[in-house]
Design a protein around this ligand. Structure first.
Ligand code: MEV
Length: 321
């Protein structure tokens, strides 16, 4: 029996989200949390997608996936791909190992992992990043409307990347660095497409001002990347908090995200900001590894599921049997 297991990481945006859609640079990194896809021979076509369990936090059930992310979007994509590759009957298992629709790149990671697994199963060779990007980006466009491309590019490239929103490509990359980040889930779910549209409205209403904000985000991202190269965690943290203020200014933060960002600093983090589209989803903070335990405990006990993430610099994760 032929089995292919593929693992693709999620991602975190450290600087420049939203503004990257309008041409600024942004910094993102692949995380050490994965989507796993298995393809096995079978007598009929079956697809199973499992999201993280539905934990109950303070009497509130977190739905995975949330209502606006219908599993059907993923199912249709997968079934259409099996037809495109003329694969026949297989059993496809998708396990998502991190929160969905929460700013961690779940849709890009699922699209990339499924595309790589089915292609490899069919043709016996691993497709290039370009081939995966072209196919998987169709799902990103369907779900997000007008993606900048940063999610898929980061996931496929691994490491920490400086992405140029104008050229729509990675312009610099960092392959090492030991950083400890905490991701905290507000457990509020939102649609990236809607948030991106709400920011475009500001651009239409006050374009001069908005363009100035885009150049500030561009500066933050380029400077942030330099600081990452130098491993200057204190300044990286301060810059993250400045970036959070900028995102708050364009209306994509929430009371919970602002609260968690302030609380993280009070608890000794170097800096904190929302990550991804905002409107809920996750906060990310950078801290000393000794401080991480206390911050994790506090946020978890406040009802915000939290976990440590580190940049994933590894290679291809693929298994054949
Ligand atoms: C989503 O992870 C990041 C946004 O900047 C949208 C995009 O870049 O496509 C909000």
């Amino acid at each position: 029996m032929k089995i292919v297991n593929v693992y693709e990481p999620g991602k975190v945006i450290l600087f420049g989200e939203h503004f990257v859609v309008h041409g600024s640079k942004a910094v993102a990194f692949a995380i050490d949390k994965f989507v796993k896809v298995s393809v096995t021979k079978s007598d009929f076509l079956s697809v199973e997608i499992s999201f993280p369990g539905d934990p109950v936090i303070k009497d509130k059930v977190i739905r995975h996936p949330p209502e606006h992310v219908s599993s059907n979007v993923f199912l249709n994509y997968i079934v259409n791909l099996t037809r495109k590759f003329n694969i026949g009957n297989v059993r496809i298992n998708v396990e998502v190992g991190f929160p969905v629709a929460a700013g961690l790149g779940s849709s890009a990671s699922i699209a990339a992992a499924v595309t790589k697994a089915l292609y490899t199963y069919k043709y016996g060779i691993v497709p290039s990043k370009e081939v995966i990007y072209e196919i998987a980006n169709q799902l990103e466009v369907e779900i997000h409307g007008n993606p900048s491309g940063i999610d898929l590019n980061t996931i496929l490239e691994r490491g920490i990347v400086l992405y140029d929103g104008l050229e729509k490509r990675i312009v610099n990359k960092l392959d090492s660095g030991d950083f400890t980040f905490i991701v905290s889930d507000t457990i509020d779910r939102r649609s990236t497409g809607k948030l991106v549209k709400s920011v475009s409205l500001i651009k239409n209403e006050m374009s001069d001002l908005f363009n100035m904000l885009v150049s500030i985000a561009d500066k933050i991202s380029s400077y942030g990347f330099e600081l990452l190269v130098k491993n200057d965690v204190e300044k990286i943290g301060r810059l993250m908090s400045i970036n959070h203020g900028l995102l708050s200014a364009i209306g994509v933060s929430t009371t919970k995200l602002d609260y968690l960002a302030h609380r993280a600093i009070e608890l000794g983090a170097y800096g904190a900001k929302l990550t991804g589209a905002g409107g809920g989803g996750c906060l990310i903070c950078l801290c000393e590894s000794q401080k991480a335990k206390e911050i994790l405990q506090t946020f978890n006990s406040l009802g915000y599921p939290s976990f440590i993430v580190k940049p994933y610099y590894g290679d291809e994760k693929i298994e054949y049997e």
